[in-house]
Design a protein around this ligand. Structure first.
Ligand code: TGC
Length: 398
């Protein structure tokens, strides 16, 4: 816990939020402080994902909280963003869990599923009784989903899925996987490039479905990312998501997850800034606190500017989302800026903490390591630069 003055008091962002939004934020902040922070360093060290927290997150209403009906809270986009910010201030792994469950897996079912599919999966997922994962990225890379090689072959009334996915969050713990694959049947878009991409709801107990946690990660150690093997996985005909036709299906879910990152990364940044301020006040070198030096104050001021600008940008995007006008290019502005600035802040904070900054006595190195994953998933910096480049020039440079 910081003993330095709260940065919240300097720049009164609360004045821009409704009482309902502030309540969601306070609930998430309390969960982060009471449940996550006491154990997160130990879990990061031990590579341990605390499954029991999933139910608690469900009880708090955080899972699929921006969705309507089916046991979901139906909260606004800004409320959801604030929850992402507070969870990621503790650890990116827990914001990632909420994103994968709510923004990816549940959003896919909510946006594109049949009524039966929604009834079957969403209430249990909202409650934290069931876990979902989102299987899009493949071993050769995640930037070009149009090039996926996973296939879904028509087999009588059903489908048979074959292929491999990689970096799939929570897959080894999940009950259901939203698997994106290219279909062969022309009636479903087969043979038409990106339009042949369709989503399938695959219970993870289906024979031929195997999820293996990826070991050796130096980032996101308190959460689980997996390789998935799909080896002749047979599902019924009604496993296909009827409303997702082509790549716009998975991209529509990525928009949701990227939006959460815009907020979440600023939580990690805020945590790093708070650590840097605290240490600046209580560490004395040359007979005075290091924070009394102009060079340190200049760094803190610059870090503070980027945290506050990043949150204001997130808030602007959230208001656009609530109006229904938020575009993919605007989300790219936020994802690119938030993660880039959060990483820069983490690095600057690490330097201010000097040697202590590389230890787990402070959260900074853990945030920096986690943010390397956040920078890479849901569209790398370079992908978002190119999305913006295309927006600005009308020219496709992919
Ligand atoms: P493009 O030709 O631009 O578009 C193809 C179709 O998709 C539509 N579309 C979108 N729809 C909704 N939202 C968006 N953001 C969309 N972007 C494109 C587009 O309108 C078109 O629709 P239609 O109906 O005309 O066919 O496709 P492209 O192949 O040129 O796209 C290029 C690019 C680079 C923008 C795209 O491929 C991209 O965004 N790549 C990055 C993908 C990415 O973020 N991958 C990482 C995923 S992270 C992950 O899988 C792990 S989940 C987290 C976890 O489990 O922990």
């Amino acid at each position: 816990m910081t003993t330095a003055p709260s940065i919240d008091a300097v720049f009164d962002l609360d004045a821009l939020l409704s009482s309902e939004e502030l309540e969601w934020q306070q609930k998430a902040r309390a969960f982060a402080q009471d449940r996550l922070l006491p154990v997160i360093e130990e879990d990061f060290e031990a590579k341990h994902f605390r499954r029991e927290f999933v139910k608690e997150l469900g009880d708090l209403g955080f899972l699929g909280m921006h969705l309507q009906g089916y046991g979901c809270a139906g909260a606004g986009a800004v409320s959801y963003g604030l929850v992402c910010l507070e969870l990621e201030a503790a650890d990116s792994g827990w914001r990632t869990f909420v994103s994968v469950q709510g923004s990816l897996a549940m959003s896919a079912i909510h946006k594109y599923g049949s009524e039966e599919q929604k009834q079957q999966w969403l209430p249990g997922m909202a409650a934290g009784d069931l876990i979902g994962c989102f299987a899009l990225t493949e071993p050769q890379g995640g930037s070009d989903p149009a090039g996926m090689t996973t296939t879904a072959r028509r087999d009588g009334d059903g489908w048979v899925l074959d292929g491999a996915k990689r970096w799939i969050g929570l897959a080894s713990l999940a009950d259901v996987a939203v698997v994106w694959a290219k279909v062969d049947d022309p009636e479903f878009g087969g043979g038409d490039g990106g339009r042949a991409v369709r989503g399938f709801l695959v219970p993870t107990s289906t024979p031929g479905f195997t999820a293996t946690p990826i070991d050796g990660k130096l980032s996101m150690r308190a959460s689980v990312q997996c390789d998935i093997s799909l080896d002749g996985v047979r599902v019924d005909g009604d496993a296909i998501l009827p409303g997702a036709k082509g790549l716009s299906g998975p991209f529509g879910c990525l928009n949701e997850a990227r939006y959460g990152i815009v907020w979440g990364a600023m939580g990690a940044a805020r945590s790093c800034l708070e650590a840097a301020i605290e240490r600046s006040v209580d560490r004395e070198v040359f007979g005075k606190p290091i924070g009394a030096n102009q060079l340190i104050q200049a760094k803190l001021a610059d870090m503070f500017l980027e945290v506050e600008k990043g949150i204001l940008l997130a808030l602007h995007l959230g208001r656009l989302k609530e109006r229904g006008t938020l575009t993919p290019a605007q989300i790219s502005v936020g994802k690119l800026n938030s993660v880039r600035e959060a990483l820069a802040i983490a690095h600057e904070a690490r330097a201010i903490l000097a040697g202590d900054g590389i230890t787990n006595a402070w959260p900074v190195m853990r945030h920096a390591a986690n943010l390397e994953s956040v920078r890479t998933y849901e569209g790398t910096d370079e992908i978002h630069q190119l999305i913006l480049g295309r927006e600005l020039t009308g020219l496709n440079a992919f």
